[in-house]
Design a protein around this ligand. Sequence first.
Ligand code: NAD
Length: 364
Amino acid sequence: MKLAIPREGNDPRVALTPDAVAKLSELGVEVCVEKGAGQGAFYADDDYDGATVLDRDALLKSADMVLSIHPLPDEDLAKLSPETVVIAEFKPFADAEITDRLRGHKLKAFSLDMIPRTTLAQSMDVLSSMASIAGYKAVLEASRLLPRYFPMMITAAGSIRPATVLVLGAGVAGLQAIATARRLGAQVEAFDTRSAAKEEVKSLGAKFIEIEGAKEDTGAGGYAVEQSEEFLKRQREEVQNRAMKADVIITTAQVRGRKAPLLVPKSTVEQMKPGSVIIDLAASTGGNCELTQDNQTIVHNKVSILGNSNLAALMPQNASQLYANNVVNFLKILVKDGALNLDLGNEIIRGAYITPAPEANENE
Ligand code: NAD
């Protein structure tokens, strides 16, 4: 089986790192990489020992399986032979048409962001790998923009109090942001609608903000559910009280398949101290802050607001390594003796497989 690794368009990461080539060869997978695919993550073509380096057209034409981070553009999908297996983060929960498009090209697609968030699948969880990097980078970006120290400083010229960081959404990214901000010496407080987050927040040395009445649903696969407007109003009031004292707000609150909840309205930004910073990781789904602009840093009323849902791309080497490790673990169950092992009895494969043939009796 020939596995193709194309160069990502606007992203320095690469879906497979050189160390994975030998591991995949043990599964009967022959790796082909596009010229320059690893360049942005500091891997030269020569580093891919045991792989064939091809130009894009030859790569796509010869592929049995294509692995990428972002979905390939339509013109590339059209170049693949029918029945080619494509693996990427297709985000079918956000893009209602992607599955039909892939089926239209007669491709078999596996979406890595649909792998269930279970203990068994943890080693294949690209969402967690990337969110963790994003949470770390969010704090570093905040420290870059903040005109003040994170840690307490006692100097001959006087003492500086530590920064206060407010983290909204304590999932994978939020928890890593809390840990990183704590390591830098900030005082951290955090909130999440999932009650399970409370102990995790506290174990990292941060304060958990209590807001009564959040809705939870154990059937949502661990994901948060949409809250009532009444709850969100109360939450915004609580955020407003704390925002006035915060130096940094990091927002990561997301509800899968929905617009991100609005937690930091313009009026709250306008009450923050001059020089304060908001990092909004929910930018691509509308943002948790009313003023966020996706992929931009703006300044409003002397408050910097950075909107970016792809901060993992700012650390392309480790991000590529972790992504590749996750994928190798997934391929260990998806490939057997160099061929696709479409075992739909396996819940991980079933969860990721987004283009199963429509049921024969669907239209009856
Ligand atoms: P996510 O990116 O979908 O959302 C980020 C966080 O925002 C979540 O913690 C969510 O509860 C929170 N949120 C949503 N609405 C909010 C609001 N109004 N106010 C405050 N917070 C709000 O989440 P994620 O980081 O991808 O994690 C999703 C779930 O998967 C979590 O329950 C996590 O513990 C779980 N998980 C499990 C595993 C595993 O067992 N293998 C691995 C990773 C994550």
